[in-house]
Design a protein around this ligand. Sequence first.
Ligand code: ATP
Ligand code: MG
Length: 576
Amino acid sequence: MRWTQTIIPTLKETPAEAEIVSHKLLLRAGLIRKLTGGLYTFMPLGLRALRKVEQIVREEMNRAGALEVLMPALQPPEIWQRSGRYETAQDVLFKVRDRAKKEWVLGPTHEEVITTLVAGEISSYRQMPKNFYQIQTKFRDEIRPRFGLMRAKEFIMKDAYSFDATDAGAQDSYRKMYDAYTRIFQRCGLKTIPVEADTGVMGGKFSHEFMVPAETGENEVAYCDGCGYAANVEKATSQVTRVTGEAASALPEKFATPGVLTIEALSQAPYQVPAERQIKTLVYMAESKLVLILMRGDDQLNEAKLAGALGTGMFRPGEPGEIFAALGAHPGSLGAVTSTLKNSGWTIYADERLKDAVGMTTGANEDGFHLRNISIARDIQVNTWSDLRLVQAGEPCPKCGQPLKVRRAIEVGHVFKLGTKYSQALDALFLDESGKQQPAVMGCYGIGVTRTLQAVIEQSHDEQGIVWPVSVAPYTVCITPLNVAPDSPVMKLAEKIYAELAAAGIDAILDDRNERPGFKFKDSELVGFPIRVGIGEKSLAKGEVEIKPRAGAMTAVKAEEAVSAVQALVRAGLTA
Ligand code: ATP
Ligand code: MG
């Protein structure tokens, strides 16, 4: 490609809309353009890089034995009603109406479609295992689309779905995808860490997310340098101690705490109740019922774990009015002590750390009053004990006890072992070896292809611009002649090298713009081509050209060795 024939609208200034470096560079390098929030056009070079990521994904999925299909993005809501996700996924579902006013759904993911397909096509254990994948546009009504391609309303995902006759088979399919993902991200030049993940609204047995460590990531990962434990904080646990103390015989005692509304305030003089001796009472509306959630005063509630305990993702914090009507007090004075609850019939969830806690202080369900000497087992009727805490950096690793670290990361891929939730709901049944009808055991596996592309930039850039790995660069080589007059020896050599690279199967762009060298160099560094071949009159007089890896030092090579020098660099890049 010749630079003047394509369009690479590089920008000197950073558009104000971009907050994170990869988004700034995508715009500045002219790779994408915004239509409106969360919707982007891929410009020719951005699309080339995207296609390279897609191709890596495709090759590795094929290698792992998955079968490429292409499903409709437009889906009937009925299959979402059957799976139960018409409600649980309503936050992200885009809905449209046709001319007959019938409603349709724009697919945010395709479990319902593929399971419907398999229900019709697979009826025997002999036809399994099967793993279907596609690379396709997804639609999600994100609350906060941001960071360019990272969180868009419309994005490209590779989604795969495995169907097995046995649980052991499903485990095997999962492992194959896990390994394929490891290879895919490696080939894209991305350093990822696989972490244990929450299964959330997808349902399912267990899952891993592939995370790119980055300060700008929207996830937090807890990890241990000692044993390699790593988990999304939504899921992470630690070895925490319980509240210990002598079994108290003292009875609950009410005391006045005027104006005290926080754990912090109660820990100060004159009360001086340490946070770990306080019970924090939270009120949540789960589906349409208020529930109480108890945490130790110095712990934070982890809503992903709460979803697991509640068995639904449909919950929100209670509103002050609702809370007052139900408990007779405002937040700050709430508690779950049986004798202070106006109504019976509360469902009370408590964090495991509070089990057997004695000598605790909590709200009295009367504004301005608290109760001390609370012994959980005696005074509170907990219905469900669960791990509900958010782990904190420094807590002991659940596996080996070394202090956990917490860092931010970008989720680029996600593998789930689903079980039979969807196959049961959508009748993907088969006859097993003994002729018995069974639901297929499923797994699902997603890669955010567009997000992965941006994550590469987030991880690989410098002051000057993007530093593409060879595997996903829009063009591997940028040939930069410093004289573009067609008859000049410089331009003639540039053309010759350009043709030879093409013949060697290396994609190159020829910067044939009649611009100052500095200007051209700046642009090629901003766009981030892995290798630049600079040809100027001075070096050519010595029979040489300059070869500059984007992140390395410039070397002069004999003009006739330019192509083999580039090939050597590419080989090194591809195997790096
Ligand atoms: P997130 O937690 O970031 O919202 P998710 O867990 O809902 O993502 P999945 O359903 O696991 O996403 O989708 C598979 C992959 O699709 C994700 O790992 C991510 O790379 C990508 N992805 C999800 N939502 C978006 C989005 N709004 N824009 C771009 N990529 C996305
Ligand atoms: Mg996910």
